[in-house]
Design a protein. Structure first.
Length: 462
């Protein structure tokens, strides 16, 4: 019975039916139709384009299918059937991707951090969002079209009629229009001047052309030839300088021996040391510039002083000073008035002041906080006494000169800040008719200050 044709045909039909059924199931359920599956779900606002039994992929490889799409609390819940051997972690994310231009969509599962804990079957997946879709592209194109339409309307409004002053584009167009009108008016009203300018430009270009193409003795071409020849001579001079410096470096000639011969250098250093000792030590020498001005209350004039101070040691110094004295020369004029032929009754005296430049050259000797000065003081022999207080911030000074008609000056000088000082006192204090209270300010710069100022205005050779 088993060998009958009918039995064999029946067995063949049964086997073919089983194969067809298994292939159908494999196609419909995917490669995991006969293996275990895990189910996960995610929720989105719009599931349009997603179809049950469509593929779920990871890195472009099918790993499962969409098992079901249900409506839960107004949102679409999409259930996925994922192969059991595919690791799905808490870091995995779902991304909706468009497949083709007809609106079909698929689900792509992003693995995320593969070391993260595994997500249990039935738990919810995180949704990354929807990759660039046709709807999004259409929405972007629609936004661009709306923007272009708005821009077109703005341009149309700005360029028609009286223009539009409510938008930036409209104001720009109106400003351009005003500028062009102003240029039109200017060129129209000054047409002749513009023509004159153009004629002058033409003359200038013609003159330049003549200078460039002039081949005469004073022409540009001949001058350029002379200039290039001078450059050659300059190069020759530089070469000569190089030769001279090479000879000096080699110790040839007087200058070379002076620089390279140790014996000559020692003698020169000895001579310099002797000069330094004579001057009190050049390295220890301090120099300073002192400028100040004093306002004399009588005769309401300003007296200026510019001094140069040389201090070869701590206990002495030399002072050279130029004084601009607005009342250096005074002349008295007397006017007598006679009334009705009688005796003079009214006398008017007029004092005329004339400017005079005076000089002072003095030697000063320091005794702790007390200093004595002597020498020429404002074109006459004189003496000065200084006393310092408050760590040398305050100086009290008494000066006397011109002893035939003794001129006495007493004042105080206070150092306010780093060489800036104020001064006040009485000039010609011994003469009650001509004494004059005064006040002023000045600036005292030491050699260190001068070095800093010089460095600020120095130029590098590079």
């Amino acid at each position: 019975m088993l060998n009958t044709p009918e039995f064999k045909v029946g067995m063949l039909v049964a086997i073919i039916s089983v194969v067809i059924a298994s292939m159908t199931l494999k196609v419909s359920k995917g490669p995991s139709a006969f293996s275990g599956q895990k189910q996960y779900y995610f929720e989105i606002d719009n599931a349009a384009g997603l179809v049950p039994n469509s593929a779920v992929t990871m890195a472009g490889i099918k790993i499962g299918t969409i098992d079901a799409i249900d409506l839960v609390d107004g949102r679409a819940r999409v259930t996925l059937a994922i192969e059991d051997d595919v690791p799905v972690t808490v870091a995995s994310e779902v991304e909706i991707r468009t497949q083709g231009i007809l609106g079909d969509k698929g689900v792509e599962l992003k693995p995320g951090d593969v070391t993260a804990p595994l997500l249990k079957s039935g738990e919810r997946l995180t949704t990354r969002g929807e990759a660039g879709s046709l709807e999004q592209a259409i929405a972007k194109v629609s936004e661009i079209a709306d923007s272009l339409s708005t821009l077109g309307k703005t341009l149309e409004k700005a360029t028609t009629g009286d223009g539009d002053s409510t938008s930036p584009v409209g104001r720009i167009v109106l400003n351009v229009e005003r500028v062009t009108e102003d240029l039109k008016d200017i060129t129209g009203q000054n047409k002749q001047k513009v023509n004159d300018i153009m004629d002058r430009l033409a003359d200038i270009t013609e003159t330049i052309d003549e200078l460039v193409n002039d081949e005469g003795e004073n022409g540009l071409r001949r001058s350029w030839t002379k200039f290039t020849g001078s450059l050659g001579k300059l190069e020759s001079a530089i070469n000569n300088i190089d030769e001279v410096t090479d000879k000096i470096n080699n110790g040839d000639g007087t200058i070379g021996r002076l620089i390279n011969d140790e014996e000559t250098i020692d003698k020169l250093n000895g001579a310099i040391d002797n000069v330094n000792e004579f001057l009190g030590g050049a390295q220890d020498m301090q120099t300073a510039i002192d400028y100040h001005a004093e306002y004399l209350s009588s005769p309401s004039l300003t007296k200026s002083y510019l001094g140069f101070r040389i201090q070869p040691g701590l206990d002495r110094y030399y002072l050279i000073q130029v004084v601009d004295d607005p009342s250096g020369v005074t002349e008295g004029k007397e006017t007598t008035t006679v009334i009705d032929g009688g005796s003079p009754e009214v006398k008017d005296e007029t004092i005329v002041y004339r400017n005079e430049v005076k000089f002072s050259v003095m030697f000063g000797k320091n005794f702790y906080d007390f200093t004595v000065r002597g020498g020429i003081l404002e074109n006459s022999g004189g003496l000065g006494f200084d006393y310092y207080l408050f760590n040398r911030h305050l100086r009290l000074t008494l000066e006397a000169w011109d002893f035939s008609d003794t001129h006495v000056k007493a004042y105080a000088k206070y150092n306010i800040w780093k060489g800036v000082y104020a001064v006040a006192g009485v000039d010609d204090a011994a003469d009650p008719d001509f004494n004059s209270p005064f006040f002023g300010a000045g600036l005292f710069l030491t050699n260190d200050d001068l070095k800093i100022l010089a460095s600020q205005f120095s130029f590098s050779g590079n």
